[in-house]
Design a protein around this ligand. Structure first.
Ligand code: SF4
Ligand code: SF4
Length: 202
């Protein structure tokens, strides 16, 4: 077409005299709108290390690693890979472990390693086979959530024993069990070993 369309001319004139629609960060501070989805912020006291957020994170920005020797779980959150979808906050089992903030523009960095945050949680380990049961904090969360019903579970009873210090912490470590016996059900066991004990004792 030889002449510009009138509609395009009109748009060009309007945009020439209109303020910029995009934010002028960092010249001006970015003011987020209501329900803006920014960087997820972890509340370590309310995060029990259950792995749920890692399982629902679509960009695999959250990873978990268990160190059975040191008996710790290391949780890493890479905000360089985060797409701020909010799934971690939505599915957090405590609803307080992680929440989205309104921070996003000031995350820009030349060093991607600064965008990785980590947490450490103490693991609950099976005293028979050394399998990881879960984190101690996660187990206590379930225990508190169940209330009196928790005592239907032998594992919960054993955790209570530990909390009430009915066990002598100075006592020798629990012997390695070569073959599970009925009395072993009063050790902290993983579901697999507990099932073996219960089947044996039938
Ligand atoms: S789902 Fe919540 S409690 Fe579980 S690890 Fe993630 S932030 Fe922590
Ligand atoms: S906001 Fe989305 S992408 Fe970012 S850590 Fe949470 S689940 Fe993963």
């Amino acid at each position: 077409m030889r002449y510009p369309k009138l509609r395009e001319l009109k748009e060009a004139v309007i945009s020439l005299f209109s303020p910029a629609y995009t934010t002028r960060f960092p010249v001006e501070q970015h003011i987020p709108f209501v329900n803006f989805r920014g960087k997820p912020v972890v509340d370590d006291a309310n995060c029990v290390g259950c792995e749920t957020c890692a399982n629902v994170c679509p960009s695999h920005a959250i990873t978990f690693r268990d160190d059975a020797v040191k008996q710790i779980r290391i949780i890493e959150r890479n905000y360089g890979a985060c797409i701020f979808c909010g799934q971690c906050a939505e599915h957090c089992i405590t609803k307080k472990g992680v929440k989205l903030s309104d921070r996003i523009f000031d995350l820009a960095t030349f060093d991607r390693s600064t965008l990785v945050e980590s947490q450490v949680k103490e693991l609950l380990i099976c005293k028979n086979c050394d399998a990881v049961v879960t984190t101690k904090q996660h187990f206590e969360y379930i225990h508190n959530k169940l209330g009196p019903m928790a005592y239907a579970s032998i594992l919960n009873l054993n955790m209570l024993n530990e909390r009430l210090k009915l066990e002598d912490p100075g006592a020798a470590a629990v012997e390695v069990l070569d073959s599970l016996k009925r009395k072993d059900m009063f050790n902290v066991l993983c579901p697999d070993c507990l099932r073996k004990v219960l089947l044996k004792s039938l």
